[in-house]
Design a protein around this ligand. Structure first.
Ligand code: PLP
Length: 419
């Protein structure tokens, strides 16, 4: 485990942390904003906001091509983020860290390059019943193009992966296991390391969707031994439009490039084109330079807290949230009813009210949650619902936010005549 994930000296002062986020001072419909939609996108601390401004004020320039000072400084800042990420996710090689536009693009990159080259008729791709569309649609479409077969790991009624028949699901026919590390709907933390072992034993690769995991806990990719891993900056205090694809070097080396154009080539003639070294082979064109450079400030902010502290704090707050929601008649938590092996995405349904009505009512009290299918329609079907309401937590939330949610939900039931 890299040392930056632990910070024994950090004293968790929630008021200080809250004050780092200017947007949390906002009033919404006459109430102080209670932001419980970090699973969709997190708010940004002042350090990140300032870093973005600073980039444009001081070093703005294109990267990897100019020979002038600004070009050198922005290139160095961009590559510094890459080095930081490599360390942040367990000490992987910088050549294995590819910048993309987000988790969605990272997974599409693998589907369209590795997938096109390696999946053939009859091959099996194993998903789970709790995937976000970003880790489902690219594989279903690939399977359709190739006449490959999609298999699924089922889930239990309380929202955990059911591994009872795993030896029948992952077999020597499996070419890829694609699994979410943490469910954006249920909050469930999946046993990725165990699944990686099973996949590898059967000669398959494994891709984990870390969009909801990396922001909330220490993640060590060397320990998990995954072949591909994807996550997004905007879900971990950084800007939108920046994501990461990790891939093992020996696999990335053999993959064809994704986007074609400038910066991803070594030599170009009309007869023959050769590719740039990793990771540049996968970074065609001008990337989101300001976003990547700013992402470094988000990583530094998280380092200062320590990802172990982030995880411990959120686990306690998740337990508090679950405990509170369980006290409300008519409400059902969709997902594990305890904070063990789970993150702070807490979905719930109300037996009398549609999630959209819940969200609209809460908004009238200044509380932002998410309602809908959460880009997980197949999971909704498995759960026997079309939508849920979801409160999702981050380090700037505390018990007062959950109390506000609790009070508003009680008032809502009364307002709609369901006491
Ligand atoms: N995977 C999971 C589990 C997610 O929660 C999300 C976003 O909500 C995504 C993938 C897609 O991330 P992005 O929209 O940043 O590409």
């Amino acid at each position: 485990m890299n040392t930056e994930t632990t910070n024994k000296d950090f004293v968790f002062d929630i008021q200080k942390i809250k004050s780092d986020y200017p947007i949390l001072q906002r009033e919404i419909r006459g109430h102080k904003l209670v932001y419980l939609d970090s699973g969709a996108s997190t708010q940004k601390p002042i350090e990140v906001i300032n870093a973005h401004e600073e980039f444009f004020k001081t070093i703005n320039s294109n990267i990897h091509r100019g020979l002038h000072t600004l070009a050198e400084e922005s290139t160095n800042a961009y590559e510094k983020t890459r080095t930081h990420i490599a360390k942040f996710i367990g000490g992987v090689k910088t050549s294995e860290v590819i910048f993309t536009a987000g988790t969605t693009e990272s997974i599409n990159l693998v589907a369209y390059t590795w997938g096109e080259a390696n999946i053939s008729e009859g091959d099996e791709i194993v998903l789970t019943d709790m995937e976000h569309h970003a880790n489902l649609v690219p594989w279903v479409m690939l399977a359709q193009r190739k006449n490959a077969v999609i298999k699924r790991i089922p889930i239990t009624d309380d929202g955990r992966l059911d591994l009872t028949d795993i030896d029948k699901i992952i077999t020597e026919k499996t070419k890829l296991v694609a699994v979410t590390h943490m469910s954006n709907v249920l909050g469930t933390l999946n046993p990725v390391k165990q699944l990686a072992e099973i996949a590898h034993k059967n000669g398959a690769l494994i891709l984990a969707d870390g969009a909801q995991a990396v922001p909330h806990m220490p993640v060590d990719l060397l320990d998990l031994d995954v072949d591909f891993y994807a996550f997004s900056s905007h879900k971990m205090l950084g800007p939108t439009g920046v994501g990461v694809l990790f891939g093992k070097e020996n696999i990335l080396d053999k993959m064809p490039p994704f986007n074609m154009g400038g910066e991803m080539i070594s030599e170009v003639s009309f007869d023959r084109i050769t590719w740039a070294e990793l990771p540049h082979k996968f970074e065609a064109g001008t990337p989101n330079i300001a976003g990547v450079v700013t992402f470094d400030a988000a990583l530094t902010y998280l380092d200062e807290i320590g990802m172990d502290n982030v995880h411990t704090y959120e686990t306690k707050l998740t337990a508090y949230t679950i405990d509170k929601l369980l006290q409300i008649d008519g409400l059902k938590i969709q997902g594990p009813n305890n904070a063990i092996n789970r993150g702070g995405a807490v979905s719930f349904t109300d037996k009398d009210l549609h999630p959209h009505d819940i969200s609209t009512y809460l908004d009238s009290k200044g509380i932002a949650i998410r309602a809908g299918h959460h880009c997980a329609q197949t999971l909704m079907k498995r759960m026997g619902t079309i939508a849920t309401a979801r409160a999702s937590l981050y380090i700037y939330n505390d018990e007062s936010d959950i109390d506000a949610l609790f009070d508003a939900l009680i008032a809502m039931r009364k307002y709609f005549g369901h006491e």
